[in-house]
Design a protein around this ligand. Structure first.
Ligand SMILES: C[S@@+](CC[C@H](N)C(=O)[O-])C[C@H]1O[C@@H](n2cnc3c(N)ncnc32)[C@H](O)[C@@H]1O
Length: 220
């Protein structure tokens, strides 16, 4: 599905977030609290938004972008800076990396898509160095508040229509719409991170609670 929308993915992401996606990506990298010359894995890297931001924000960073959709990564490879990312085709539930390899693992919009979240988090925990940080940018179901009818209507009806215009592949964004509304709340994600062994678990929300940045640390 992601291979099918690869060429239009970045534009669609920008439009859906009202132009705010770059700010969320910068904030995700900020929350990774990277050391000097960090070794970073950006999982579900897609077209490499987060991987490229790590390179921009930390001189000497060594960044691996991993995803199981090669055409998404091909778009990323051709972006400015794309040549400096080590692109690896891999399944987030079965990572081809040694234990204790990375200073940070980042991912954007991965957890909503995987078949098994605990396995996915266990793999990240395994490949992180002790003291390493995990940061995840994710959609969240609209919280119960006064704007819930509007945010739900936006993601249910408006997003698929916009995507019909931009990607001519509304199915992918109907999938986004359905999985976002049915996805876990930030509190549920926090609990899963704790179950995986992480400590210092936290999150912040954006876009009226429909987007969250989660962070956690592998104990020393
Ligand atoms: C919505 S895109 C996000 C891309 C990028 N992280 C971003 O923030 O724009 C989700 C990506 O997750 C990838 N993906 C989903 N499940 C995966 C898995 N089990 N292993 C590796 N990649 C996966 C898809 O191929 C797709 O590129």
């Amino acid at each position: 599905m992601f291979d099918g929308i690869a060429g239009r993915y970045d534009l669609m992401n920008l439009v859906m977030t009202w132009g705010q996606e770059p700010r969320f990506v910068r904030r995700t990298v900020e929350k990774a609290e990277l050391p000097d010359r960090p070794v970073v894995l950006d999982l579900a890297t897609g077209t490499g938004d987060i991987a490229l931001e790590v390179l921009r924000s930390r001189y000497g960073a060594q960044v691996t972008g991993a995803d199981f959709a090669p055409e998404m990564m091909e778009v990323g490879r051709n972006r400015p800076g794309g040549g400096q990312v080590d692109w690896v085709e891999a399944d987030a539930m079965d990572l081809p990396f040694e234990d204790n390899t990375f200073d940070a693992v980042t991912h954007g919009y991965l957890l909503r898509n995987v078949a098994d979240i605990p396995t996915t988090l266990a793999e990240q925990f395994r490949v992180l160095k002790p003291g390493g940080r995990m940061v995840a940018l994710e959609t969240s179901p609209a919280p119960d508040n006064i704007i819930k009818p509007f945010s739900t209507a936006y993601i249910k009806y408006v997003v698929p229509q916009i995507s019909r215009l931009i990607t001519r592949t509304p199915d992918a964004y109907e999938y986004l719409s359905a999985t976002s509304r049915g996805f876990k709340t930030p509190a549920q994600i926090q609990a899963l991170l704790g179950d995986a062994g992480f400590e210092g678990v936290g999150h912040e929300t954006h876009l009226f609670g429909t987007l969250a940045i989660h962070w956690a640390t592998k104990p020393l």
